[in-house]
Design a protein around this ligand. Structure first.
Ligand SMILES: C[S@@+](CC[C@H](N)C(=O)[O-])C[C@H]1O[C@@H](n2cnc3c(N)ncnc32)[C@H](O)[C@@H]1O
Length: 209
């Protein structure tokens, strides 16, 4: 997992070990249930773990803030971010119970005490979060409808949604009517891993239901 150290030289040895172990656990789990696409398994460290950490290039979550990962599947991007930010509390949710079981098992195995996991639909979440992260769940307009009331009123810097998305987003962003800022991942990583991939940032205002 030298690739993580290359782009995040500040990580400790313990964090580096956790990333390596995460990679192993994903390989084991993927033999049982499809956590990530089977054709991607050899590229797990880049395509999935490093990609998730693209968010850490864009925002440094302050200690003791609350981050929600919606539609986390097998824990992406939430688990890599929880390793990166051990002082931040992460809540990982998905509507499918067996995926949450995988996330909880991995969090327990890695002793990630800053992670909780829950089977719940995005639309039913309480307004408790400074930040929301996600990857590849739904079109931005629909996704934002689900999560817009889950932000709390907060002074956390640059609070809002950080959504990992690929492809041409022009239409999707226009259709959403949202104010967004785009961070192109190829500006942060030398290799061409993330050609069209971006972090879409949508600032939150902490709306009432
Ligand atoms: C394509 S997968 C992406 C999983 C993960 N974020 C990743 O990047 O590997 C989309 C996930 O969103 C979950 N999902 C879809 N609609 C949801 C909803 N309304 N509430 C919660 N989870 C949802 C699905 O169960 C699925 O695990």
């Amino acid at each position: 997992m030298d690739i993580i150290k290359k782009y995040f030289p500040e990580i400790t040895e313990q964090q580096q070990e956790k990333f390596a172990r995460l990679n192993e656990l994903y390989k084991d789990w993927n033999a049982k249930i499809n956590v990530v696409s089977r054709k991607d398994i050899d590229e797990l460290p880049t395509r999935h773990i490093l990609h998730s950490l693209g968010i850490a290039k864009v925002i440094q979550f302050p200690a003791n803030t609350h981050v929600l990962d919606v539609g986390t599947g097998g824990g992406l991007p939430g688990l890599p971010l929880a390793i990166m930010f051990p002082e931040v509390k992460f809540h990982l949710v998905d509507s499918i119970g067996k995926k949450i079981h995988v996330v909880q098992s991995i969090a327990d195995e890695l002793k990630l005490h800053n992670v909780t996991a829950q089977q719940i639909r995005a639309e039913q979440l309480p307004d408790r979060y400074d930040y929301i992260v996600s990857r590849a769940v739904a079109r931005l307009a629909e996704f934002y409808q689900w999560i817009q009331f889950s932000f709390k009123k907060t002074d956390a810097p640059n609070h809002g949604l950080y959504y990992l998305k690929g492809g041409d987003l022009t239409e999707e962003i226009a259709e959403s009517g949202l104010v967004t800022e785009l961070f192109d991942l190829k500006n942060y990583f030398e290799e061409d891993f993330f050609d069209t991939k971006k972090v879409v940032f949508v600032p939150s205002i902490g709306k009432e239901r």
